[in-house]
Design a protein around this ligand. Structure first.
Ligand code: KG4
Ligand code: ZN
Length: 342
């Protein structure tokens, strides 16, 4: 079954063509980083306009790369949430229009669930269910028990910032370009992670939930003085690398600790990782050192950041589980609770 996937939840316009949920024939991603860099974060209105400009060329490029015609497509899969409402509308309406024109079914998938599917797609031989899904992206931080594709239980999530968002905001405080995660990782390599005793937050009564906003404020006060107001503090390069290293260590150690505690509590040894922050090599190192015997399934290059291959891949399974496509009434959803569907 040939599935055309569409992704436009945030600032990447992407189209992929995937056979039977696994075989990637094309995976085209048009990033908008240049557009949002000067604002230090994604500007929703600009993202929407760029999606409109890029959507058709990106689909055309994917079709050419896969050497197929649109008539060969059996199903159109689209991320219909969570994400920016205007951005979602463009992807979803494109999918509906294609479905109508080609007389082929379309199906909406959850972008966050697709991030976890990306790790499955990257490690088809080694994943054993039940496993623990760990979503670490710019918009989401979550721990999800996975019994099988389509059967999930959310057991931990952030109560404020997502971990990638915290990386991006700290990078902005240090005048680093957007997106800040890779920049912080690079600076942190040169810094002393013990210089500042930063700590990620703990959520009372919910030991598996995350909180990064206090950590972010602690970094701000270190950079700008006790009330965050001092603009005359001059940071040396060494100060910056130490702040980056200490922040990264605090955020990642918290993730490793809570993830392993969740896995042990549920007797799980296989971990499935999704989202851009999983590119961080220090994170991978910390997991390996803390629990070397676990089975770590990381998304491969091209599948960790936002992409449409994971959407097409998951769409194939969703369609088989559901037995039919979605109706034209399907709405974009800014938030989708992590539930089992159908
Ligand atoms: O999964 P993704 O493309 O976006 C969302 O769905 O939100 O992830 C983007 C996020 C950004 O916040 C970016 O700073 C972060 O992933 N990121 C990293 C690294 N590479 C990307 N964070 C830490 N270390 C990295 N190497
Ligand atoms: Zn994403």
């Amino acid at each position: 079954m040939l599935v055309l996937g569409i992704e436009s939840t945030c600032d990447e316009t992407a189209c992929a063509i995937v056979r039977d949920g696994q075989d990637i024939l094309a995976n085209v991603v048009a990033s908008q980083i240049d557009l949002h860099d000067e604002y230090g974060g994604v500007v929703p209105e600009l993202a929407c306009r760029r999606h409109i400009d890029l959507m058709i060329p990106v689909i055309e490029q994917a079709r050419e790369q896969a050497k197929i015609s649109l008539d060969d497509i059996d199903l159109i899969a689209v991320a219909h949430g969570p994400g920016l409402i205007g951005a979602l509308l463009i992807g979803l309406n494109t999918a509906k229009a294609l479905s109508f024109a080609l007389q082929k079914p379309f199906i909406g998938v959850n972008h966050v669930e697709a991030h976890l599917y990306a790790a499955l797609m990257s490690n088809p031989q080694t994943v054993e269910f039940p496993c623990l899904g760990v979503v670490l992206s710019g918009g989401h931080t979550a721990l999800v028990l996975i019994n099988q594709i389509g059967e999930y239980e959310l057991i931990g999530q952030t109560v404020d910032d997502a971990v990638g968002e915290a990386f991006d905001k700290v990078a902005k405080m240090l005048d680093l370009p957007y997106p800040g995660g890779p920049q912080i990782e690079q600076l942190a390599r040169l810094g002393n992670p013990q210089r500042h005793s930063f700590k990620a937050g703990q959520v009372k009564g919910h030991p598996l939930d995350f909180s990064f906003s206090g950590l972010k404020t602690a970094v701000l006060y270190t950079i700008r003085g006790p009330k965050g107001q001092g603009s005359d503090i001059v940071l040396t390069d060494a100060d910056k690398t130490d702040i980056a290293a200490s922040f990264q260590q605090a955020a990642l150690e918290d993730i490793v600790k809570k993830t392993l505690s969740a896995a042990n509590r549920h007797g799980i040894k296989t971990l499935l990782f999704g989202g851009g922050v999983t590119n961080n090599q220090h994170l991978r190192h910390l997991f390996q050192v803390a629990a070397p015997s676990f089975n770590y399934c990381w998304p491969s290059a091209g599948l960790s950041l936002d992409n449409a291959a994971m959407i097409a891949g998951l769409g194939y399974h969703r369609y088989r589980l559901q037995g039919k496509g979605d109706e034209m009434e399907l709405e974009p959803l800014v938030r989708i609770p992590f539930h089992s569907k159908p």
